[in-house]
Design a protein around this ligand. Structure first.
Ligand SMILES: [Zn+2]
Length: 80
């Protein structure tokens, strides 16, 4: 039986490696912002930090990300 601490620590490690778009490695700060990894969306995250603060994780915010991925021809699994 695993302790709660073990589960939290290890689950976090798993989530930290999965880009919601391509499934590759991703930083925790991008994941917290609901962003894909830096290979999918190269832009500086500051821009998205502002958007995220304004729109929260709304459909509108996710649609902007889908649009940008699509524009860069990097839209794989990301969904609004
Ligand atoms: Zn990615």
């Amino acid at each position: 039986m695993y302790s709660v601490e073990w589960v939290i620590k290890n689950m976090k490690a798993i989530f930290m490696e999965i880009c919601p778009n391509c499934g590759n490695e991703i930083s925790d700060e991008r994941l917290l912002l609901g962003l894909p990894c830096d290979k999918c969306l190269k832009n500086n995250i500051e821009k998205y930090l502002m958007l995220r603060k304004k729109l929260d994780m709304s459909i509108k915010y996710r649609r902007i990300l889908v649009k940008e991925l699509s524009k860069n021809e990097r839209l794989i699994n990301y969904r609004s």
